[in-house]
Structure formats: structure tokens, C-alpha cells
Write a protein that binds this ligand. Structure first.
Ligand SMILES: O=C(O)CCC(=O)C(=O)O
Ligand SMILES: [Fe+2]
Length: 615
């Protein structure tokens, strides 16, 4: 949704607006581009049964969509997602279907197939909603908040921590500017430059000097699609970049944030299992990004934060002890919501608060009613495992702290009521095992998949970078029964096929309901084959390829042989309501990112977890 006001709870459009359809058309263009194929995504096409590339159909799997949703989850209107609106708005629960359907099929054929699919869905819906339900309950909080209480040991340590703003000496500035113009010099400050800079004291963590800060803060930009823009109707705030903020020693503060974030949001990182408070090498490090200031009327509408590296996975906000009213921070993810309004005393004088969340969690700052709201924003980076160091992160998934914590749900921090329900993970694994390796050989699936709950940069869809519930499920399923499953991660593009009016292709007839299919990466394969044309021999190009062949982009002959042995004829993809994957192609979901434009490799992608039985 491109309009800032069309959040799930705020609007329920009845028609699909044209600009949203345009986004989908853009996506369809993207998937056809050769560069896109280079990304090696598995395009999961939710369509009218028609292959977008040539109208043929090569469906190999059923897609199940969480229609009813698990009972008891705080609801986000399912109509909020364009994709789900299109599919669910027609009152079809647990969509699914068999076989292929060509664009040229007759209407009668389609109707018959639809009736048949609907009947099968009803029969199977019950069984499949069990998996979707269990997956939804295997959930982890995507955020944490901590009141750094006055009189607490840590508050005492940081309350008087001073900081300053680096400014150039006013008198020297013109002279320097002239000199720079003459020299045309750019880059690092010389020793001489540094001398010319001075530090303005900006107060302490508990008592920031508002007037000094306001005098030096500049208007904040934000990323809208591929542009970085200023638009006070979307974001009206001021900021001072990290380079201009100087702490004599911020190590205690940073270590604390690192340890809180590590122990809650990244429990699968190195040494976290030890749960040592003083552990500074938790595999997480934070870097100050900026100081943000909102005065009366200041606000920032819904967005996800832009990322500053493939290993940048969370944002930590330290609310300084200035006084303000309003300006609540709202967070939402996967149907869960949180608001700082519920935190007593936030905005109370000298109170310090910490809120941290994964970068793909949508958030907004409501208008400040009065006072000045001052926040230090930190980027949270996950240290990549050292290349030659297998112990760089916890590879022993059988004892992974997330898996352990999930088994012992009581021990896991329960935040805002979101926590893994004990038993939910085991239930997920059991259902998957039954589907892949059940007694009745005929009914066995070759592969089963579900979406990752978080969004990632393309390069970050890797086991060691998984966030929250994704990390937990990956660990659990990889180690289930000493490793009976192969668990693969793939970027996934969910795609809806509509015509320019936003109608399903073939939607001219009441009888024709949308069918949902998972396609294998045939489209990607075509692009890949084209690239290989010059190099590869004709024979190998003509060979039929299985869907498993999409998992690497640099396919060698050896890989091809291996890929061909994998033939996933029967697969299922289970799509959860409110999952980021279902929303990722909404205009509003990806176009409004944090502080800068989201370009190239910094774009968010959805992913899926694909499970097969180990051979
Ligand atoms: O100040 C806040 O609470 C959050 C600001 C924010 O979301 C941002 O600057 O990206
Ligand atoms: Fe943000």
C-alpha cells in the first residue's frame, strides 16, 4: 500500500487501487529480467494457474494459505495485505490445487477443476491448518524493551554519562571552506582540521541539553523506494549524525545494549548460552547511528529501517531523559503490535528506556504533543562467523540455546505475550515428518516449505543470520531426531497475477476463482540456461531440470547431475497469514524504509524454509 494511512488497522479498501497493481506489474517485470535470475530466487507464483512467462503451466505443488488464522493471536485485519485480500476476500479458505492449468483451458474445464480443488481443500484444510497453526505458535517476540530504572545499578552507571556535539569553530569555518575550494581536497580530517573543531557539551543521558541539541540538529530524510527524500508529512524530525556525537567513553552503555539485545533477539549467537552478563563478545555489536530529535508536532510514519550491511539486523533505541508527551513508538510484525504508550513513564523526566527490534519490524513515531523527545539510535550488527573458525557461532544446533529455550518455553523471556509455546515446535516437526515420511507411501510429499517470518537482504538469507522465530525453527528442524531433515533456505518471491484492473486473470466468470500454485524456479532456470548457452553443450541444455536445481547460481556440470537426481514432484508451500513474505511486495511495505533509500543489495527480500527427508 503506498498511502501512509493505509495501515492494516486504519483502512480497508474495497477495490485494489491501480498503483498497487502497478507494483505487482513491476515485480513481474523484475522476475523476467536476466539480472533477477541472477538472484536465484524461487518464484512462488500465486496466480490464476498460468505461468507468467509463456502461459503454460507447470505447477508442482499446492499452496496452503492460512485463512482462518490461529485462534487467540492478536488480530491484524487479513484484508490489509493486498495479496491476502485478493485471495481471501473471495471467501476461499485453505486454497490449494493439483496439477496444471493452462491459460487456454476452457471455462468448463476450469470450473470443474475449481470444484474438484475446492472439495479437496475442504478435506485437507483441517490437516493443513494444524501445521499452519503450530507454525504460528512457534513464535518469538520481534522486539524487546527495557526500562533502565532510576536507582537500578545500570542507571546509576549511565545517568551522568556526558556527550558532546562536534562542531567546527565558527570563526574558522569560512577560512577552511575557502582553503578547501582552493585545494579541492576531500576526505579525512587532518590533524589541523581536528584542532579547529570544538565540542559543545550536550548534557548527559539522563539530562540532555535540549537547546544545544536543537541548535545543532538538521531535518531528517527518509528512504522512499529508490530515493532519499524530505517530506514533513511523512517524517518531521531532526537529527545529528553519529560522526558528530562524541562520548568520552560509551563502552559501558554499548556493552549493556549488546548484552540485552544478544540475550533476547539473538540467542543463537556465540557464547550466549552462557548467559553471562559481563559477556562482551556475544557475537553482536552496536554502532551509534544518530541522535534523533522530535519537537512538538514531530513524527515519523510507518517504515522499516534501512540496513547498513548484510549483517545489520536490528535497531536499538535509547530514549534519553528529556520530558515530552505523545510521540509514542508503535511496532508491528506478523500480526503482533506493541506501543510505548503501554510503558509507564516513558517520556517522564530523567527516565531512560531501551527498545530494540529487528530491522524489518515496521514502526512509527506518533506526533509529539509537547516537549522534546531525544533518542540515540544504534545499529545492531551480527558478527559473521570467522571463515576459519567453526566456533564463530553455535553450529551445534542440537544444543542451540534457541532450541533449548523453545523446548523450555517457561524459561524464555516472555515479551508482550509472544513466546514459543512449548510443544509447538515439536508439533511442527511431527506434522512435517508425517507429511514427508508418513506410513502411506503414496501420500508422501517430496518437499514441504513455509515462509520465513522475517525479511532479509538477499545475501542474509543464511542460517547464521536468521532472526527470531526463523532461527528457532531452523535450529529445531535441523536437529530434529538427530537430523532426519534437510533444511534449505531460499529467497522466495510471492507473486500474484492480476490484470491491469487488479482482477485475477480469468476473473470474468464467477465460477473462476483464483487458484494458487507454487511454481518451481522454471523461470529462473530459463535465465540461467540462457547465460550458460555459450558455454554449455546443447545436450545438457535440453535436459529437463528439477526444481531443486535452483539452489545454486554457479551451476557446474557436477551440480547439474546432482540436481537432476532431486525431483520434487509433490510439494506444499504453507503460507501464513500476516507473514512478511505475503506483504513484501506491497508498495507501502517496501517503499518506506528508514533513513535512506533502499537500493540494490540493501533491498528486503522474503525467504522460505524448504524441508526434505535426508537421503
Ligand atoms: O525515534 C524513534 O523512536 C524511532 C525513529 C525511527 O524509527 C528512525 O529514525 O528510523
Ligand atoms: Fe526507524
Amino acid at each position: 500500500m503506498s498511502s501512509k494511512s493505509s495501515s492494516p488497522s486504519e483502512s480497508k479498501p474495497t477495490e485494489t487501487p491501480v498503483h498497487e497493481v502497478q507494483t505487482y506489474l513491476d515485480v513481474q517485470e523484475r522476475i523476467r529480467e536476466p539480472e533477477y535470475h541472477g538472484y536465484d530466487c524461487l518464484p512462488v507464483v500465486v496466480a490464476g494457474g498460468v505461468n507468467i512467462s509463456d502461459g503454460s503451466c507447470d505447477a508442482r505443488a499446492k499452496i496452503y494459505i492460512d485463512y482462518e488464522g490461529p485462534a487467540g493471536l492478536p488480530g491484524v485485519d487479513p484484508m490489509s495485505s493486498m495479496l491476502l485480500r485478493s485471495i481471501m476476500g473471495r471467501g476461499l479458505g485453505g486454497l490449494g490445487g493439483y496439477g496444471g492449468e493452462s491459460a487456454r483451458s476452457s471455462r468448463a474445464n476450469r470450473e470443474r477443476r475449481n470444484r474438484e480443488a475446492a472439495r479437496k481443500n475442504r478435506e485437507e484444510g483441517k490437516a493443513n491448518s494444524k501445521l499452519i497453526n503450530a507454525l504460528s505458535r512457534a513464535s518469538l517476540s520481534p522486539w524487546i524493551h527495557e526500562n533502565i530504572k532510576p536507582r537500578g545499578w545500570f542507571y546509576e552507571k549511565i545517568r551522568d554519562l556526558k556527550f558532546g556535539i562536534v562542531v567546527e569553530d565558527e570563526g574558522e569555518r569560512d577560512e577552511k571552506a575557502n582553503k578547501e575550494q582552493e585545494d579541492e581536497s576531500e576526505g579525512e580530517d587532518t590533524e589541523e582540521d581536528k584542532v579547529k573543531k570544538k565540542l559543545l557539551q550536550a548534557g548527559t543521558i539522563a539530562r540532555p541539553n535540549t537547546s544545544v541539541i536543537l541548535a545543532k540538529a538538521k531535518p531528517s530524510s527518509f528512504g522512499k523506494g529508490e530515493e532519499t527524500v524530505f517530506d514533513p508529512t511523512y517524517r518531521n524530525g531532526l537529527e545529528i549524525p553519529a560522526e558528530k556525537i562524541s562520548f568520552p567513553d560509551a563502552s559501558v552503555l554499548k556493552k549493556h545494549i549488546e548484552s540485552v539485545v544478544a540475550n533476547n533477539l539473538f540467542r543463537n549467537r556465540k557464547k550466549i548460552g552462557k548467559r553471562s552478563r559481563s559477556n562482551a563478545t556475544s557475537g553482536i555489536h552496536v554502532k551509534l547511528y544518530k541522535l534523533a530529535v522530535y519537537e512538538k508536532g514531530g513524527h515519523f510514519d510507518w517504515h522499516m529501517d534501512s540496513t547498513h550491511g548484510d549483517n545489520h539486523h536490528a535497531t536499538a533505541l535509547l530514549f534519553l531523559g528529556s520530558k515530552w508527551n505523545g510521540g509514542e513508538l508503535k511496532l508491528r510484525h506478523g500480526g503482533h503490535e506493541f506501543s510505548t504508550k503501554d510503558i509507564k513513564d516513558l517520556g517522564g523526566k530523567e527516565d531512560v528506556y531501551l527498545v530494540a527490534f529487528y530491522t524489518d519490524v515496521e514502526h512509527k513515531v506518533e506526533p509529539v504533543e509537547d516537549g522534546t523527545r531525544i533518542v540515540l539510535q544504534f545499529d545492531v550488527f551480527v558478527d559473521p562467523p570467522a571463515e576459519d573458525d567453526e566456533e564463530g557461532y553455535d553450529t551445534d544446533t542440537s544444543k542451540g540455546p534457541i532450541a533449548l529455550a523453545a523446548e523450555e518455553a517457561d524459561e524464555y523471556p516472555v515479551i508482550d505475550g509472544i513466546h514459543p509455546e512449548s510443544g509447538a515446535l515439536e508439533e511442527v516437526a511431527k506434522i512435517i515428518e508425517e507429511k514427508l515420511n508418513g506410513e502411506n507411501q503414496e501420500d508422501r510429499l517430496d518437499r514441504i516449505a513455509f515462509p520465513l517470518q522475517h525479511l532479509y537482504r538477499l545475501a542474509s538469507i543464511r542460517p547464521e543470520y536468521l532472526k527470531g522465530a526463523d532461527a528457532m525453527l531452523y535450529e529445531y528442524l535441523s536437529s530434529y531426531k538427530s537430523g532426519i531433515f534437510d533444511v534449505e533456505l531460499h529467497p522466495v518471491l510471492l507473486q500474484e497475477e492480476t490484470n491491469s484492473a487488479g482482477r485475477w486473470i480469468g476473473d470474468d466468470s464467477d465460477a473462476v476463482k483464483p487458484q494458487a500454485w507454487v511454481f518451481d524456479s522454471e523461470i529462473a532456470e530459463k535465465g540461467k540456461r540462457k547465460r550458460q548457452e555459450d558455454a554449455a553443450d546443447v545436450k545438457s541444455r535440453k535436459r529437463a531440470r528439477g526444481p531443486g536445481s535452483s539452489k545454486t547460481s554457479d551451476t557446474s556440470d557436477e551440480d547439474e547431475d546432482e540436481d537432476e537426481s532431486k525431483n520434487f514432484e509433490k510439494q506444499e508451500f504453507h503460507l501464513l497469514k500476516n507473514c512478511s513474505l505475503a506483504m513484501v511486495e506491497e508498495t507501502g511495505y517496501v517503499e518506506y524504509t528508514g533513513n535512506e533509500a533502499q537500493l540494490g543489495s540493501a533491498k528486503y527480500f522474503g525467504g522460505g524454509m524448504f524441508i526434505t527427508m535426508k537421503k
